[in-house]
Each structure stands twice: as structure tokens, then as C-alpha cells.
Design a protein around this ligand. Sequence first.
Ligand code: MN
Length: 736
Amino acid sequence: MNEIDLEAEKKEILNRYKALLKASKRRLQKGDKELIRKAFEVAVDAHKEMRRKSGEPYIYHPIAVAQICAEEIGLGTTSIVCALLHDTVEDTDITLDDIRGMFGEKEAKIIDGLTKISGVFDQTSSLQAENFRKMMLTLSDDVRVILIKLADRLHNMRTLESMKRDKQIKIASETLYLYAPLAHRLGLNSIKSELEDLGLKYTNKETYDEIALKLRESEPERKRFIQKFIEPIKDILVEQGFKAKIYGRPKSIFSIYNKIKNKGVEFEEIYDLFAIRIIIDTPYEQEKTDCWRVYSIITDFYHPSPERLRDWISTPKANGYESLHTTVMGPDGKWVEVQIRTKRMDEIAEMGYAAHWKYKDNPDDKEGQLEDWLRKIRELLESPEENAMDFIDDFKLNLFAEEIFVFTPTGEMRTMPFGATALDFAFDIHTKVGQHCIGAKVNHKLVPLNYELKGGDQVEILTSRKQTPKEDWINFASTAKAKSKIKLALKESHRKIADEGREILERKFYKQKLEFTVQNLQDFANFLKLPNSQELFYRVAKDAIGIKEIKDYAKFKAHPEKFAGKKQESAIPQTLEQMVAGARGNADLLVIGDDMQKLDYKLSPCCNPIPGDDVFGFITIGEGIKIHRVNCPNAIQLLSNYAYRVVKAKWNSQHLIAFLAGIKIKGTDELGLVNNITKVISTQYNVNMRSISFDTDSGVFEGTIMVYVHSTEHLTQLINKLKKVNGVQNVVRIDS
Ligand code: MN
């Protein structure tokens, strides 16, 4: 690097800083500019020797994160300062005390939170779930920690190109698994969509590129249609005195991908590729009336579908989303979704609660809802015994959930996640109510505990003092709160039963002349292959372990050599090296690991990888290395939770070995269709069919065929030929 480059970089750093100031301008108060300047200078100096993977000066990153905070989340000076400093304590000589001295307690606390949760996501040794839990714990301190962390992740995703392929996959999977749902729950819609799109781009590039291309190609036609749709209503809106912005809003690539995947449709068949958005500028008091007036104007021109009206203005979603949605029959006989909202609502919809904090003087109480959400998370975190994986599963359940509104007997409205049961409702009211719940009355009719609530239900919970949580309640509950409370109660009763078992066992040991020592109990548990003595006591109390087992153990203790053959299996290998070593073998089709060794592996049946697929190896316990496709339905979960067990894998050479792949065919049920399909397959070079099954329903044909092919290329050739068969409309590869 020569002098001139450094000078140019200095200039560029200043330019970026100025852009940041500009982005934060609208909320700057007296003294704020100086604070940001100070944070900027501290960060520049601290990171001066560091560079990013791309070779750029490191300081570009904190500036960009700060800019996202200001511009895209709508955060204020404290957050901008903390974003600028977010990597200093972790990566440079600056300490928390330095931050506290230079800026203050609040800033030090936020940066402490950011330092605690960052880095943990880069380590290979610990579980993602545990880290996520730590992150959620910091939520209770200050939600800004999470918002800045999201901005940090967004910028890392935007600059993921320069990372190595295996890092890209890991980071992108984590983003899809944790960060996007979190952004969704916080109501940061545009960040959520961007995270999802980028996540898809790096986990399933082919599909991403294909959809992006099709979106670009169909754009002119879409624009013409939107023009045609808007034309007649634009003038009326102006005439009626509205200041309105109308535009077509395309669906995100990720949501199109989801639709194709989940509904098994082709891109061309998706009718709602975009929505029409109408944003009006209107005073707060008139928002609701005016949105409905606009609705009335639209539906004068276009006929609405009665089932597709969504009023999130009267009852906003729990993440703060407010909007009026309707689907109308547009020109050319096409259904179009229309979203009507005000400027204020739009800002909340795009940027989330943070944007809303600006409107503090408003009489409504949306902040109460954020508080509510935070309170629920804190409650969840209060049951510390729950294991991290369970926690994250339960928690994610609630991140994705849509809401319904139900009522108490006194008419109080409560928000519950979609799919919540009467039992969930009981626990939502109070833990005690949940624990003693015996049933419920919904709309005055008696229903069982697992009754699934519907929007508008009025629910009365029936309790009995004698009732206690039962094992199968876990299946009756769907909310994280109820599940964790039930588990806790079960554990408690398990413990009480175990205490009884302990006394029984002590007497029995005495009779067999065995000493009742900690060591002996541990040995006995080991002998029976039980995880701990607690479990042993429980089984004794439940009569699952009796005098026979105790006698066996006494024999074993007297003559352990006779039992040598029955000794427990070797311990589970701990390190990656040990795991890889355990799986070592020979195979030349795939090379695995950082040094691309030839190891033994199995192809995972959940996604049936074939040569040419983008793949990774996953070290299982007991089954060696399993190869999954990067876009396997289980991949995201595996990659983000067990990153330390993931090894790189690459196809070595394309041997002509047959691999099983599944194909789904849809079409109209024409005479001889099946015959024609099988003919194409059997005449295709080297393809063997393993099974074929098909269904026809009122003229629609749907078939699943399992074939043996050599590579993705080979499979694509076959799919293309099948698409040409008369009557076939759609051919796709399926996972299993
Ligand atoms: Mn960072």
C-alpha cells in the first residue's frame, strides 16, 4: 500500500463520516454532533491498523453499522455512538472503563452487552442456541443492544462476498435461522426482508439468481399493469384532497422462493408478485377514517374479495404493524393486493418500533406492546433450567407466530399466538391458573385443555386445587411460556418422586448389605446406563427398578471382570479432530474438511445429494459423516446450531455412480401421460427408475418418481425432457 492510497482512504473515511452525520441530522440535539464526532475519532484511532477481509479499512464497518442504525432503524445519538464503538472493546485496546470515562454509564452498558453477544457467534466451540439465549438476556437490559446487533449483522451480510464459502454458508444460515425472525418480531420489516434475501443468496444461489432474473425480466409488464391500475384512482384521490403516494411493491425474492417451495408452484403461476401500496399523509386523529375513505374509493373502481380484508388498524399486530389490506379484482381480471396506510404507519411497518419512539406524544400506547413483549421474554428467561435447544425451539415458535385476539369473561382482550390452546391461555393469565387448569369454557361451551382457540373466542378457565401438570400437557401447549412452566412443574414433581425413591433404595441397599454412598449410587446408575442418580431414584419409586437389578449390581461389584464384555460404549468424542478421526475411512467421491481429505461418509436421506450439488459434511454421533445439500430442509438448523460439527465437503470427481433423486411432475391427466413419462426416463441415457407413484384428481395429474442419476447436470437434462412431454406443466426436483 503506498502513500497516495492512504490519503485517498482518509478522504473516503471522512466522506463516509459526513454521510453518517447527514443521515442522523433530523434527530440531532445540542451537543449530539460533538458526541458522534468524539466516538468517530476514538473508533478511527482504535481500528487504525485493522482491515476487513475485503482489504478495506476496518472503520468502514462501524460507520456503516451506525448509518444503518440512524437511517434504517431510526435510532438516536446514543445508539449511533455505540454503533461506532461496537467492536472497540472486543477487538482493540479500549476497555469498558475507557468508554465509561469518555462517554458514560449508559454507553458502557450497551457496549458491554454487544461485546458479550458478539464473538460468541464466531466461535466454533459453543452452541448457537446458548449464545442466542445470552443475546436475549441482554434484551432485558436495553433493546438497543439487539437493534445495533441487527444492524451489525445486516452490514456483515451485505459484505459477505469476501468471506470464504464455508463461512458464508454458516453466517447466512444463522441469519435465516435467528436474525431474520428476530427482526420480524421487532417489526423491522425491510431489514427482515433484506436479511432473508441475502440469506437465500448465500445458501441457495442458483434459485436466488433464477428468481431475481425472472423478476427483472417481468418488470416492464408489471410496471405497465401498475400504471393501468393506478390511473383512474389517482385523480379521485387528489380531488378528495388526499396527499397520497401510490406505488407497486414487489414481493421479496425470499418470499417468492418460499411460495414456490411450499405450494409447489412455478414462478409464472404466482399471481401476487407485488402489492399496490397507498400511503396517505394525514393527521393522527383522522388516520382511521381516512384509510377507510381510501378503501371506499378503491373498491368503487375494483371489486374486493370479501374473504381477503385485513384490518390491522383497529387491532394492530403485536410487532406494531398497522395497515389496511384488501385484495381486489384489477384490470385484465387479475387479483391484486392493496395496502392502505398512513405515513406514520408505513414508517413503523418498515423500520419498527424504534421509528415509533419519535411519536412519543401520541395518545396511543404502542410502547406498552413492546414492553409487553420484553416482559414475556424476561419471564421465559426466568426458568434457567430449561436446556438451550428446547428454549430456542420454543422461542422461535413464538417469533414466527401470527396472532389472534381472544377475550376473557369480563371482555378484556388478550393477544395469543395463532394455534394457542385453552391451556396456553390459562398459563398466559397466571402460572397458578395454568397449573390447576382442568378445562375451559369457550363461548360458554365446555372444551378440553387442548382446544385450539380461534380469533374472537371468549374463554373462561376452570380450575381445581387438586389439579397438577401432567406429562402430556407438553403436547397440549404451543406457547413458549406454557411449555416452559409445564416442564418446570414436571421437573419439580419428578424431583419429589425421586426423593421417595431414594428412601426406598436406601432400605433395599441395606438389605443387600450394600453401602449407600455417593460413589456406589453413581456406579449403580452407570451399571444401569442411567444418566444420574436422580433418574435412578425416580425409577425405583416407579417400581421400574427393583430387587433383581440391585442383586445384579451386587454381583457385578463382587466380580466386575465377569461383566467386562458388557462395559458401556466408549465416550462420545469431544473435539472435531476426534470426531473426524473416528469417521476416517476411504472414499474418493468427496473430499472433506479444511485440508480436503478423503473420508468415509454417508449421503443423507433427507435431501439425497448428488454430484454437482452444493454440499457440506455433518459429523453425527455414531453414524460418521453425513453429507447434506446446502439447501436441505434441515441444513439451516444444523448449520446454525451445530456449526462446530460441520465440515467442508466438495465433490471430487464425477464417477458414473448412480444417486437417488426425486422428481415431482404435475400436469393435466391426458391419455397415455404416464406411459410417455416412463418412456422418456427409460430412453434417457443411464437413468434408472426406482419407483413411480401418481395420483389423478379431477383431471389433474401429480406424480412422484425416484430415479438414479449421476449428477445435477444429468438430472437437469432429464427434467428438461420431461417438461416437453405433452400435458406436463411442471417438473421439479424434490428433497426426498
Ligand atoms: Mn461488527
